[in-house]
Design a protein around this ligand. Structure first.
Ligand code: RP5
Ligand code: MG
Ligand code: MG
Length: 280
């Protein structure tokens, strides 16, 4: 595992006011000595005292159970045991050029879930379209445009304390791609019934670290990405999409190797392509 997006010069959502030390590729691993390494510390003030966020690490009432299920907060990493150095958990992939939590709520792993909803691209007569070069069928996935960075992404989100990942996958898809937070009760019930049925069978694609631009030396994203495929294009493949919550746009996006998505989402999509032997 390697990270790149969380080493870019400016920390996201800070109007270019928070800068990372530039970490060269070869100095990412912690076991490579770098004595002068002394990055800035940044924790966004708006996460202060938020119910979904940890307190400052020195808070006398804060007794995190690192590397464990800590009450209903999962502080275990999919990457194995992470180190604690001078009170602070250490990013398991390596240096990011910034200390603190940035805009992330949790010290250590911040757990998310990513629903990758796919269907075949079809022409007007509903025939599956092949790419003229590779002669392979073209897969499409439900992509949202993120409000924070403007990038296109999988409609994933954070796992709430105590929440099952299967529930996060459905909830985030319904919030960001179907806008259930703003639909009336009847519509919401209809979406929920459809999603409950369709999300019953998914295939896990990836479980682990995400190269998210928000990561720091002491806080990072991890996810479980699951593929839900509508092979006949008759269930979710026909459902009207509507962007909601932290998504500003949503659509069925053609999948190819040219995709430039948020964080390491293109890597997850590539794994879905391998599974379906579709065009890339
Ligand atoms: C990414 O951030 C995950 O892969 C997931 O898609 C997303 C979760 O964060 P929010 O969308 O809630 O900001 O690292
Ligand atoms: Mg969300
Ligand atoms: Mg989200």
């Amino acid at each position: 595992m390697f990270h790149r997006k969380c080493r870019s010069q400016f920390y996201p959502r800070t109007n270019k006011t928070v800068l990372r030390i530039q970490v060269p590729d070869e100095k990412v691993p912690w076991n490579i000595k770098w004595e002068e390494y002394n990055p800035a510390t940044f924790t966004a003030s708006h996460i202060d005292r938020q119910p979904w966020a940890d307190p400052v690490i020195t808070d006398s009432n804060f007794h995190p159970q690192w590397n464990k299920a800590d009450g209903n907060i999962n502080r275990k990493s999919y990457m194995g045991e992470y180190q604690i150095v001078d009170l602070f958990p250490l990013n398991p992939v390596g240096r990011t050029g910034l200390r603190g939590r940035g805009v992330l709520g949790r010290w250590g792993p911040n757990h998310a879930a990513d629903p990758i909803v796919t269907r075949w691209k079809r022409d007007e007569s509903l025939k599956v379209e092949l790419n003229p070069d590779t002669r392979k069928p073209i897969l499409q996935f439900v992509a949202i445009q993120r409000r924070d960075t403007g990038e296109w992404a999988i409609p994933g989100g954070m796992v709430d304390p105590g929440e099952m990942i299967t529930s996060t996958l459905k909830r985030e898809f319904m919030e960001e791609a179907l806008n259930v937070l703003e639909s009336d009760t009847a519509e919401r019930e209809k979406s929920k019934a459809m999603i409950d049925k369709f999300f019953d069978e998914g295939e896990e694609i990836y479980r682990g670290y995400v190269d998210d631009p928000r990561n720091t030396d002491n806080a990072w994203m991890e996810t479980v990405a699951v593929n839900f495929h509508d092979d006949s294009g008759t269930s979710v493949g026909q459902f009207p999409l509507c962007a909601g919550d932290d998504a500003v746009n949503v659509h069925w996006m053609d999948i190819s190797r040219d995709l430039a998505l948020y964080a390491s989402h293109s890597d997850f999509i590539a794994k879905v392509v391998a599974k379906h032997n579709s065009h890339w």
